[in-house]
Ligand binder design. Structure first.
Ligand SMILES: [Fe+2]
Length: 446
């Protein structure tokens, strides 16, 4: 009898049957993102039913601090018009560099207990990152290694450079739910910073916009920027150029915003503190895959040179002009390290034997081999002049921004049990807008 009563009570408190069906208020899909500085961290999670309130309890030793946020109703665009509730809570007043415990939810249900490290103060500390794109729900081959390394404390943040879940909207967004639960063992421990990809395009990118909470920018994670140690990072949408059915204006709006952001980052007082400028968008400007004529063999690559015919809003010239050091992309299911290149001409540094020692142009990296059901992408048998190294092993990129002058990057092959298959040390003595000279080399040639 006692067992029956307890069971009934359990059912009443967790699954309340109403005339509208089952109410389920247990938090899931917990993930973190950077806030507006080292004293902030944002938690986002999902419930199937409204909880009205959204709370994070957190603290250094015990859960003594409370932050409250907002609940937003999300209606998926699929045939079932599924409703989910997105909860966003910003933790403030964090002690930079300290380890916190936290859980999320409300009096109607709490998540498991997680930990995170508040971002360190200042700009003089080595930032350790994992970067990858194109990770699906199925065949997410690199995920186990990323989970292991994240939980062992190897990363300060993770960047997912577009294409999630394949796709988040599939099966009335059930695949999005499954994916976000799958990456929770990474994303609940370190800020999971994003960039939008083509696989997010359904219903005007609504699953992407709703499921993540990125800082500033357009407020929807399509374009935004943040600071991390000695780096300023800009994430923008390559998809605006391709899904113009959702509007043309956003291409110009984004371009203007990125330009202003880069101007601000280049103010002498800002660039002195954060000399590295790193950008990311999903589709590559440079690649050597044989099955992608739209991007790799196309000399008029839209992201690179701008809109067809009119060549407006090309991103390569903008990144070059404002002295962006490094540009990450994905989309190709492979890894490619590109020589410092501008306008299809390679401009390696000549200071030392290392071509990445004060190069004459930004460095492009393609890292889209995390793993998805579509498999990997092959390469052109004869590469392009800009190809420094490429591999179609499944894997991901690790990067340490060591200090203001040195940045180290390595590619991990999951196929080869975690072996590092490529490395690069990017050196830059002084960073400033207009620091590149590759256009001069090209003028001479002409
Ligand atoms: Fe893609």
């Amino acid at each position: 009898m006692a067992v029956t009563v307890s069971l009934a009570l359990f059912l009443v408190t967790t699954f309340v049957l109403s005339t509208h069906g089952i109410i389920y208020t247990q938090p899931e899909q917990v993930h973190l993102a950077l806030g507006d500085g080292p004293t902030e961290m944002v938690a986002t999670w999902v419930t199937d039913s409204s909880t009205k309130v959204s709370i994070v309890e957190f603290g250094l030793n015990n859960l003594t601090q409370v932050a409250k946020g907002i609940e937003e109703k999300f209606v998926d665009g699929g045939s079932q018009k599924r409703v989910l509730y997105m909860h966003r809570v910003k933790m403030t007043g964090l002690k930079p560099g300290s380890q916190y415990k936290y859980h999320v939810g409300s009096s109607l249900g709490w998540s498991d207990l997680y930990t995170f490290k508040a971002i360190k103060n200042g700009t003089d500390w080595p930032v350790r990152l994992a970067l990858f794109g194109d990770m699906g729900n199925e065949n997410a081959q690199s995920l186990a290694r990323l989970q292991e390394e994240t939980q062992q404390g190897h990363f300060d943040a993770v960047f997912h450079v577009g294409d999630f879940a394949y796709n988040m909207d599939t099966d009335n967004a059930a695949v999005g739910d499954a994916f976000m639960n799958q990456v929770q063992s990474v994303a609940a421990y370190v800020p999971y910073m994003t960039c939008v990809g083509n696989h997010e395009n359904a219903y005007n990118f609504s699953n992407y916009k709703s499921r993540f909470t990125m800082p500033g920018g357009d407020g929807n994670g399509m374009f935004f920027s943040f600071n991390l140690g000695p780096a300023h990072v800009v994430s923008f949408s390559s998809e605006y150029y391709y899904y113009t059915n959702y509007g043309w204006k956003q291409i110009a709006n984004q371009y203007k915003w990125v330009e202003n952001d880069l101007k601000e980052a280049n103010k002498p007082e800002n660039r002195a503190k954060r000399p590295w400028i790193i950008s990311m968008c999903h589709r590559p400007m440079y690649c050597s895959n044989s099955n992608d004529p739209e991007h790799c063999t196309n000399k008029e690559n839209t992201i690179r040179v701008g809109l067809p015919d009119i060549h407006a809003y090309g991103m390569e010239e903008l990144l070059y002009r404002y002295g962006v050091d490094l540009h990450f992309t994905a989309h190709e299911h492979s890894y490619e390290r590109v020589w410092p290149t501008y306008n299809l001409v390679v401009c390696n540094g000549t200071k030392s034997k290392n071509p990445y020692d004060n190069p004459g142009a930004p460095v492009n990296i393609v890292t889209g081999s995390a793993g998805c059901h579509e498999g990997v992408d092959p390469f052109e048998p004869v590469g392009f002049p800009w190809t420094a190294y490429h591999s179609d092993d499944y894997g991901y990129t690790r990067m340490t921004i060591k200090n203001t002058t040195h940045l180290f990057l390595e590619q991990v092959s999951d196929d080869q049990k975690g072996k590092v298959i490529d490395t690069m040390t990017l050196v830059r003595d002084k960073h400033y807008a207009g620091m590149y000279d590759c256009h001069l080399k090209q003028k001479k040639k002409n």
